[in-house]
Design a protein around this ligand. Structure first.
Ligand SMILES: Cc1cc2nc3c(=O)[nH]c(=O)nc-3n(C[C@H](O)[C@H](O)[C@H](O)COP(=O)(O)OP(=O)(O)OC[C@H]3O[C@@H](n4cnc5c(N)ncnc54)[C@H](O)[C@@H]3O)c2cc1C
Length: 446
């Protein structure tokens, strides 16, 4: 059997400056794309071997898109870069004195280090919720959630116990930001158009979709006008919105709120917060609220050769006193500019300061409805915003094959209301769900 000590990072020596990039997301990919192979050796270390397009993750979770259509293999993205070295590993530490980063299978020296590790779900220290709720941050999360939802419908169809059936049919989404809103809208569409045909025995009027948030409106990062439109669309879709409401605990079967209310559910989706995916090794003062403090060259406080870009970085300015929003555009723009600045360094040219170009934000609420905040404080809603949402998301999706698959899927669904990927490939085994465990065990027998 293979032992860990038989593995190593195995990076070729180089005389060029070596840029070590941690992560394979929007920031890392746009940085690497713009670093010429004849000037730099790039080593990318990421715990996923693909670049994931997270804005469409909820589609995978609700059986609208297959997982592969929103991920592109990292190796394929850079197969034309002659001095690019990808390693599928998690980075566990940084040593800024030795200028190395470490992994389970060894360490690598850097000349420049770029941390582009994004975020992870924030459970605010509540271990019980962390253990029992479903996150929605990665493809594995989306596939688990899809399995959980489909298994719940299957089990609800089999049980004669009304209380158990209700727990299976209640879905609670904590967090009414774009992820929560998009997921709730998509589930509501599914309830209306897909599930009654699949399960004619079940009464889907009993399926409740709760969208809860501690704040007083949905889509808090967007304009009040966009929030209002989205709220109206969700109500029309029959989503049960609960605002000013905080989840207190979840034991896998019942969500309890701070105000004492309880909702029985087998499915709590946690979209209520994220924190930066920082790595051990840099001094505590470089991190503020889970994000690395950077200047407008993306250099981490106190360092000239260590950078953070994207969601894991906080770059404060007069215009953005709390830093930029944790969305794809700052990561894309920072990655691109940092590459340009590293090339400038080679030519002894002055570096350019980062100035965020805000392209606005969009959220989709079910079929053919969306809201958009455009630059200049204009808000769009309804079908026109939905078309904008569709084209922006297809445009930024990496890979021609993926764009084509997603567009075809969308066209198919627009006319048929269908969800093509309602399959349970990898059953989700819930610790509390003894029946589900036994089913999964039985089904795994050849
Ligand atoms: C469900 C969801 C929906 C979203 N919807 C939108 C949207 O509609 N519009 C929008 O603009 N933004 C959206 N976002 C936010 C957007 O995806 C992020 O802002 C963007 O991905 C940030 O890019 P990044 O490069 O900083 O991090 P990411 O793209 O998250 O990449 C982080 C990378 O780091 C890797 N990594 C992390 N830790 C380690 C480690 N220790 N070692 C090795 N590798 C590591 C990860 O595997 C990943 O490859 C959404 C996010 C989510 C989760």
């Amino acid at each position: 059997m293979l032992q860990l000590d038989q593995l190593s990072l195995n990076i070729p020596d180089t005389t060029k400056p070596r840029v070590v990039v941690i992560g394979g997301g929007f920031g890392a990919v746009n940085l690497t794309k713009n670093l010429p192979s004849d000037q730099f050796q790039v080593v990318m270390l990421s715990k996923q071997n693909y670049h994931g397009f997270w804005p469409l993750l909820y589609q995978v979770a609700t059986a609208g898109l297959e997982p592969e259509s929103i991920g592109e293999p990292i190796r394929k993205l850079f197969d034309d870069h002659s001095d690019f070295h990808f390693r599928f590993v998690r980075v566990t530490g940084i040593d800024p004195v030795a200028k190395t980063v470490s992994t389970l299978i060894g360490s690598v020296r850097y000349d420049y280090l770029v941390i582009a590790t994004g975020t992870k779900s924030n459970y605010f220290g509540n271990k019980e919720i962390e253990q029992n709720a479903f996150g929605l941050k990665h493809l594995t999360d989306a596939v688990n959630l899809r399995s959980q939802l489909l298994q719940s419908f299957e089990q609800a169809n089999l049980t004669q116990d009304p209380a158990l059936r209700q727990g299976l049919l209640n879905i609670v989404i904590a967090g009414a930001g774009p992820t929560g809103v998009e997921l709730a809208g998509s589930l509501a569409e599914m309830r209306q158009h897909v599930l009654p045909k699949d399960y004619p025995n079940l009464d889907f009027r009993q399926m409740n979709i709760y969208l809860v948030d501690g704040l007083d409106r949905v889509l808090p990062p967007m304009s009040p006008e966009a929030s209002q439109h989205a709220h109206g669309y969700l109500l029309k879709l029959g989503v049960n919105i609960k605002l000013n409401k905080l989840v207190d605990s979840y034991d896998g079967t019942t969500v309890r709120f701070k105000d004492g209310e309880e909702i029985p559910t087998q499915t709590l989706v946690w979209a209520a917060g994220v924190t930066g995916a920082t790595i051990e090794g840099l001094p505590a003062e470089t991190v503020e609220r889970g994000r690395y403090l950077v200047n407008d060259f993306n250099q981490i406080l106190g360092y000239t050769d260590i950078f953070a870009i994207g969601d894991v970085a906080v770059m404060k300015s007069d215009k953005w006193p709390k830093g930029h929003p944790q969305v794809a555009q700052p990561a894309i723009q920072q990655g691109t500019l940092l590459a340009e600045n590293l090339v400038r360094q080679r030519r002894n040219e002055a570096w350019k300061h980062f100035d965020y170009f805000d392209k606005g934000s969009l959220a989709i609420v079910g079929r053919a409805r969306a809201v958009a905040d455009l630059p200049g404080k204009h808000t769009l809603s309804g079908f026109i915003a939905w078309i904008a949402w569709l084209f922006v998301h297809i445009y930024y999706l990496v890979g021609f094959r993926n764009k084509l698959i997603v567009l075809t899927n969308w066209a198919y669904r627009l006319f048929t209301y269908q969800r093509g990927t309602r399959i349970i490939i990898q059953p989700y085994i819930n610790d509390h769900d003894k029946v589900g465990q036994e089913f999964a065990r039985q089904q795994a027998i050849d």
